[in-house]
Design a protein around this ligand. Structure first.
Ligand code: GDG
Length: 471
């Protein structure tokens, strides 16, 4: 007796927290992925396997709000070598255009293999005969093949939330072949963008030597693997409802007031990550003030930097760099009660995020490379009055859908300054024309549509693959 659907992701959609009495308990972590997958989980009696954070041992399966969750524990060494090491010190920078230098360590790889095997073994135990297993993201790329070896009866889907790099970069990885073969254990490998799927297909042809045609890989045993793009999205209706909520509207007014009712508010919200381009965008804004193009009486930049991967050295250094820059800009250009940048190193509840999106006139999203970037989509969904401007990096996956944003190259400082200024000065008619088009795109392509299209294709693909083998 097992489950017909198994979700395998590095993290569980819950966090281990302490209640008022200091006893540890579970709290659901908010997030797009859970809300997308929840309906599918309920419909299929699904179970979700993942790490709950921390190093607690021997955690039991639990059910929260009707969702079946199976925690997998990680030792301190596994957190260091699998999560912080190979996942975030090797794969993350390698897959994001080597914005930072990836580190290659054999011990990290060994632990990556070990942890992937544990996830695969647990999934094999929990899946019913012929069940569907959906594996998520770069931390678990070996799971599809490990799972297929254990359970050839399963349908296996894999989805990569981050970019998949061009062959020229992927080539650097000493374990490139193992990763490709790990992914090829799936029936369907999903990416954010068509270009990523093409990178994968090309690598499989060149490095593993399998025959490929368009989005299909033909394996020697007769099985086929499809690699295609499924751009992820958000719960657009949910964000829109939240943005229209009276308390959120009131809070948005409160935020403007607290900032001294400037003419325009610029906003950035990102995990504090070197791929997000936070430093460059703040520098661009600072220069506009220094040049006299903007004044601190008229404009303020609110930057929310959400703490992330704080034990990794690169992330600690980045935080120092950004905070030094913010201090310099505010010290040089601010006035009493009028800092140029209002900087917050914290995370907020969803309601506060929505209020910030509603309060902001110019949303600035300038990653050097980003699989999708949901913050850009959330901003659009919250602009229920069809106003506000989005300045968006060409190198975010979201740029392929949000064509009416002010698209920028985050490496081009002058280009970025010009776009910030144009967005600041744009006429209401122009803003509304652009925002309407973007809102239509997001409303039609929400996260439910994403999950449905992936699941439907996975079911078709696995079926197709089986008949092929029989023939
Ligand atoms: C990876 C890929 C891809 C942020 N701060 C708070 C908060 N958030 C929420 C946002 C948004 C999510 O976190 C961040 O998603 P992003 O897409 O912007 O970026 P990553 O974390 O890097 O996500 C990315 C994504 O996976 C999905 O596939 O788009 O490219 O890198 O939803 O709203 N939420 C709350 N408080 C915060 O302070 N409640």
């Amino acid at each position: 007796m097992g489950h017909d659907l198994v979700i395998v992701a590095n993290r569980l959609p819950v966090d281990r927290v302490n209640d008022e009495r200091g006893r540890s308990t579970w709290r659901r972590s908010p997030g797009g992925l859970v809300s997308a997958i929840e309906p599918v989980m309920r419909a299929h009696d699904g179970v979700w396997i993942g790490w709950p954070g921390g190093t607690s041992q021997r955690l039991k399966p639990l059910t929260i709000d009707g969702l079946h969750l199976v925690p997998l524990s990680m030792s301190e060494e596994e957190i260091e070598e699998h999560y912080e090491g190979f996942s975030n010190g090797t794969l993350w920078p390698l897959y994001h255009d080597v914005v930072a230098k990836p580190e290659f360590h054999r011990e990290w790889w060994d632990t990556y293999v070990k942890v992937n095997r544990r996830f695969a073994e647990r999934a094999a135990e929990l899946a019913a005969e012929g069940a569907t297993v959906w594996v998520h993201d770069y931390q678990l790329q070996l799971v599809p093949q490990m799972l297929r070896d254990l359970r050839p009866d399963l349908r296996i889907g894999f989805y990569l939330h981050i970019p998949f790099p061009p062959a020229e970069l992927f080539q650097q990885l000493p374990w490139r072949r193992q990763i490709l073969e790990g992914l090829l254990g799936a029936d369907l490998v999903g990416f954010q963008l068509p270009g990523a799927a093409q990178n994968f297909i090309r690598l499989v042809r060149q490095r593993v030597g399998h025959k490929t045609h368009r989005d299909l890989v033909y394996l020697p045993d007769g099985r086929t693997v499809r690699a295609a793009a499924y751009p992820i999205s958000i719960d657009a209706a949910g964000f829109e409802d939240l943005a229209r909520d009276a308390a959120v509207e009131e809070r948005a007014r409160g935020i403007r007031e607290a900032l001294g009712d400037p003419r325009k508010i610029f906003l950035g919200i990102d995990r504090l990550d070197y791929t997000k381009g936070i430093h460059a965008r703040l520098r661009a804004f600072g220069e506009l003030i220094r040049d006299g193009e903007l004044s601190v009486e008229d404009a303020v930049f609110v930057q929310v930097a959400v703490p992330s991967r704080e034990r990794v050295e690169h992330y600690r250094n980045l935080r120092d760099d950004i905070e030094l820059l913010v201090g310099r800009i505010n010290g040089d250009l601010g006035r009493i009660g009028r800092p140029a940048i209002s900087y917050l190193h914290t995370s907020y509840p969803r309601e506060e995020m929505a209020a910030l999106y509603r309060a902001a006139d110019v949303m600035v999203v300038t990653p050097y490379r980003d699989g999708m970037n949901l913050v850009a989509k959330e901003y659009v969904a919250c602009r229920v009055d069809d106003d506000g401007a989005l300045v968006l990096s060409e190198f975010a996956g979201a740029a392929e859908e949000l064509r009416q944003a002010w698209l920028v190259n985050p490496y081009d400082m002058n280009g970025m300054k010009a776009a910030l200024l144009e967005a600041y000065e744009a006429e209401p008619k122009e803003l509304s024309r652009r925002m309407k088009a973007m809102r239509k795109q997001i409303a039609q392509h929400d996260v439910k549509a994403w999950a449905d299209s992936f699941m439907t294709e996975l079911e078709d693909e696995a079926h197709h693959g089986h008949t092929k083998t029989v023939r």
